[in-house]
Each structure stands twice: as C-alpha cells, then as structure tokens.
Design a binder for this molecule. Sequence first.
Ligand code: NAD
Length: 467
Amino acid sequence: MRPEAAAEFEVVNPATEEVIGVVPVAPAAFASEAIAAAQAGFGVWAATDVEARARMLERLAQAMEDHRSQLSELTSAEIGTPVKDAATGQVDLPVRVLRSYADIARKYPWDTRDAAGSAVVREGAGVVVAITPWNFPVHQIIAKLAPALVAGCSVVLKPAELTPLNALFLAALCESIGLPPGVFNVVTGKGSVVGEALLQSDGYEVVSFTGSLQVGRHVGEVAGSKVARAALELGGKSPAVVLDDADLTTAVQTTVRNCFVNAGQKCNAPTRLLVPRARLDEAVEIAGEVAGSYVVGDPSDPATTMGPVASAAQRDVVTGFLDRARSDGARVVTGGETQQWERGYFLTPAIVTDVSRSAEIAREEVFGPVLVVMAHDGEEDAVALANDSDYGLSAEVWSGDPGRAARLARRIKAGQVRVNGVRTPELPVSPFGGYKRSGIGRELGELGLDEFVEIKAILGDPFVGEE
Ligand code: NAD
C-alpha cells in the first residue's frame, strides 16, 4: 500500500473493542495503479517456470509456519475466533492449501495433446482481482492466492474492511521470501469505493470473489460486462440431514459443534438440522445441551470455545434474526443473550425450533451462532426439505447404512456433501463451491486452479519438446 492515502481507518478487536491497528483507506484512484503494478508483475511472474512457482508457494508455507503464533494471534484479535482455532484454521489449513498447490502444479496438465495431435497449452490468465470477506480471512486469501500464483497470475487483493491486518502481514511475508514486486498487491479500503473501482478497471482477466450473495451478483454483472471471468463463492443455508437409522446423539452433537465453529460465521455451517419427526424433541434437547456447554469469552484464553462475533453490526444482525423468529412463533430454546458483557460483541449460541419451512430463519443466512432444528417425515421429505433453498453450498448426511448415506448424498443439490461427520482431509484438495445462488466456480484442488488458467490450442504444432 502506498503511504500517501488520504485517510485511515481503525481495526477494532471485537472482544475488547480496542483499536489494534490503523490502515490506509485507498481512494478509488489507487485501483488503476494497483492493476498497472499487477500487470507489470504478471509480465515477470508468468515467465517463471512452474517449479519455481511451486517452490515459492512452499517458501510462503514455511514462512507462515515460522510465524504461526504471530499470525494466529493477529487473526484472533481481528476477528475474535479463539486463538487455538485461528492457529488451525488460519495458519495450518492455509499452509496445507499452499503445499497442496505446489504438488498439484507439478502434476497439472500444462501442455498436452488433444485427439487430433494439436498442443493444448494451459497458462496463467493474467491479472486477478481477489475480493475477500472477514470470517476466515487468511484461508480465504490463500485459497485464491495459491492457485493464482502457481498458475503464473498476479493478484490485486482487496481484503474485507474488518480484517486487513492479516492481509498486510501476508504481503510482508511474500516480500520477505522474494516474491517479485507487483505479483501480490494489497489495497485496503472500502468495498464500495476501491473494491468497486477495481471491478470497474480495465486490465484484469479474472475476479475471484468470496462474500455475500448481494455483492456477488454485482461482481458477476460487472465482470460479465467486461468479459472477464468471475469465480463467486457466496453464502449458504446448509442442511444436516439425519435419517432414522443414524446415531442421533453423535449426529446432533457433531452438527451443533460444526455449526458453531467461528461463532457460526462460516459460509458452509450446517445451520438447518433436519431430524426424523419422532425424534425432534430429543434432538432439540441434545442440541440445547451442547449449545449450553460453550465457554463464550476472551478468545485469547485457551479455555474459551467461542469468541465474539466480528462486529457490533454482525451481533445486531444475529439478534435481529432471533427477535423476528420469536415474533414469527419460533421457540429460541437457548442462546442469543448479549447482556452479560459490558464490552465486546459477544452472544451465546442459539438453538431455534418450531419454525415453519417458509420462515425467514429457516431460509436466510444468519451468519452467526444460530442453529435451526426442524422435523422431516422420512427420506423423501428430507431430500425435498434439504433442497428447498436458494443456496447449495454444502450439506451433511447421517445414516447408519453407508450405502443409504451415499445414495442420499447424490440427491442433494450442494457443492460439497459430507457423510457421517467426515471433516476436511489432511490435504484440502476436494473442490469447494456452490450450486444455485451459492456461487459459480470452485476453489481448492485442481478444479480451483482451473479458474485461473487460460487454454490455448496450437494446431499444426510441430511436436516441439516431444522429440
Ligand atoms: P460482503 O459481500 O459484504 O463483502 C465481501 C467483500 O466484498 C469485502 O471485501 C467487501 O469490502 C467487498 N465489497 C463490498 N462491496 C463491494 C463492491 N461494490 N465492489 C467490490 N467489492 C465490494 O461479505 P462479508 O460480509 O464480508 O462476508 C460475509 C458473506 O460472505 C456471507 O454471506 C458468507 O456466506 C460469505 N462467505 C462465503 C464463503 C464461500 O466460500 N462461499 C466463504 C466465506 C464467506
């Protein structure tokens, strides 16, 4: 970031409400400069070979590991997630993603032949505009940066207003490991100003956006008008379907814990727990017990299991949803309380039931620690209910019969379905992304790399390199 930005904004710790940093507010005029810097960076970076790019990713992974405590404490202070979760989610996971892309790059079909003998060459598409949200800030940056860099692209990143410090920290690490200037550029400021100016710029080929449906629609429209590619990772209202032969206790306990990771600010959180009608009361009771067992408080305390939500505005969004649900006739079994804290944007995790299928709380993304428990009337009804959503980011299925679970998973309209509580594997290479209004395109793994790659067919290519 150039130092002469006209204004600055404060980054606030959501647990203490203290200012933990000040960053420049880039004016719109910075967008074209950042794109120009990235174009120059692309010229240099695209000319490097794949092995050099893969090694750069490995160096960044090592640098992040070397700064694990610093980066996790910084991220925890920015977003409020317990520091131990920040270490695993915002350092260890992105490190694995970086290393996975170094491996993928070494095996990727960069230069192949089609059935007619023509060369099919894959190369970096050009300058990438990356726009990220605040909830898993480092992971979301690396999920774009790693495949973009290994493809040979350069990047202009506009991180979320709430969480710019980790992005600047990453940029400093990139500089320290020798990434050439102009290859990774960070512009801090308002989405509606410098984010919009980046989108409206000429000179980028890909925009990779993670955030809300509302802004994502707009990003897609602008990119479309420029005939630039847009990869959109948007929201979700993901179901966890529990069949009658599942172990109810395990299914409910695991779903609640998964839903409340990062105080529920997780795009793929299973926020709709769908259980057999005969077992609804039992499921609500188990869910209430798990929710009540959370230790909500100081994210730097190792005993804490849930920190605050990221901002006062986000806390008010969550309590607003709960208030409207109550007046709509829903029962908030436990949670949603804010009054015991004088400082910090804390609220206790909530379990909601007695909701109709058309209720706002059953259909809209809350993006906070709120789980809705609903009844289904058998497998057919469960599939219909799971798919009755504008979103389709992720889903969970639970059954005592693996074959039945696998068949059910195939009927759910979601980009990622997890069977019987399986979690992110050691190497996160499974594609992640949405059906329906949850987005366009995929992140992670080889399919995530495809988003940043352009394809050229060379007809009549004289088989250079194969002789
Ligand atoms: P948001 O859409 O408000 O903001 C996302 C980013 O877009 C921010 O950096 C913001 O500054 C920028 N932005 C806003 N207006 C812009 C404009 N006109 N032009 C360019 N950039 C603009 O989302 P948020 O509140 O930061 O994040 C929460 C949302 O993100 C939730 O809906 C959540 O589901 C979604 N999300 C999705 C995924 C996924 O992978 N599918 C992951 C995490 C979060």
